[in-house]
Design a protein around this ligand. Structure first.
Ligand SMILES: Cc1cc2nc3c(=O)[nH]c(=O)nc-3n(C[C@H](O)[C@H](O)[C@H](O)COP(=O)(O)O)c2cc1C
Length: 244
């Protein structure tokens, strides 16, 4: 098959393969992106506690019990539960030179994935869209209000996105990884998001909560909800969490 016969997905994979002849060596022609995003004008900030106690759990048991759960009880999540979930997804576990190493690995420690929360029912936390400021382990309120309906609509009508207590939304800031890995970076950004989501699912399992990963959504509608541009920062992946 000629390359010109390939569809866009296969073409991308072919064009971004490493081989001994062509490592696609990075040409670092555009400036490195700031590795952190924050919202200085956030309406409110809530500090989380990275060191807070987490209930003991058995990893092997969590791996065996994890299932995608799409029905949730009305009980709100506690702040302690939210704290553990956010830490599992993107907690900083070590500061090393320029890097803040996390619970999930990241290609080149570039951490192109940003975490947002659509909070529906968490005790003591206003409903709305929040952003995780990783370096301070704090949540920044971007827009208060009930986002259940627009989120279900953005998620192709998947109603559990509205009945969940919270929906994690991950975006990728392309230049943070493309700066180093050029086109191949796109592969890595999605792999990074997968690691983060699996951490979240295992933590939800450990806490006896239900969690479901979601890749089916209208990208532009999710991006509009977060207020990101959909060009340099794009929606990658969602995960709903709620009590069972
Ligand atoms: C990348 C990805 C995208 C997914 N998107 C959705 C989705 O949009 N809606 C949904 O209900 N489940 C979604 N799922 C969950 C899968 O349906 C589920 O993982 C699969 O049925 C296997 O079941 P398990 O997770 O319970 O082992 C997704 C899973 C992955 C890994």
């Amino acid at each position: 098959m000629k390359e010109s016969d390939l569809d866009i997905g296969r073409c991308y994979l072919q064009e971004t393969r490493y081989s001994r002849e062509d490592l696609g060596l990075p040409r670092r022609s555009f400036p490195r992106e700031n590795p952190f995003k924050d919202y200085p004008a956030a309406a409110r900030r809530v500090k989380l506690k990275p060191q807070a106690d987490k209930p003991p759990a058995n990893l092997w048991d969590c791996l065996a019990r994890r299932r995608s759960q799409r029905s949730y009880r009305d009980r709100p999540l506690t702040m302690a539960e939210l704290n553990s979930l956010v830490w599992a997804a993107q907690g900083v576990t070590q500061a090393s030179r320029y890097y803040l190493l996390r619970t999930a690995p990241s290609a080149g420690a570039l951490y192109p994935v940003e975490t947002y929360l659509a909070v529906h029912r968490v005790e003591g936390l206003e409903a709305g869209i929040w952003h995780l400021k990783v370096q301070n382990f704090e949540l920044e309120l971007l827009s208060p209000g009930d986002t259940r309906r627009p989120l279900v609509e953005a998620g192709l009508g998947q109603t559990f996105l509205g009945t969940a207590a919270v929906v994690f939304i991950w975006t990728g800031i392309l230049n943070r990884a493309m700066w180093k890995y050029r086109e191949r970076a796109i592969r890595y950004i999605f792999l990074d998001a997968g690691h983060i989501c699996q951490n979240l699912m295992l933590a939800a399992t450990a806490l006896g909560l239900g969690c479901c990963p979601v890749g089916a959504f209208f990208d532009e509608e999710v991006e509009r909800l977060l207020g990101v541009d959909g060009q340099e920062e794009v929606a990658l992946y969602l995960a709903s969490v709620g009590a069972m």
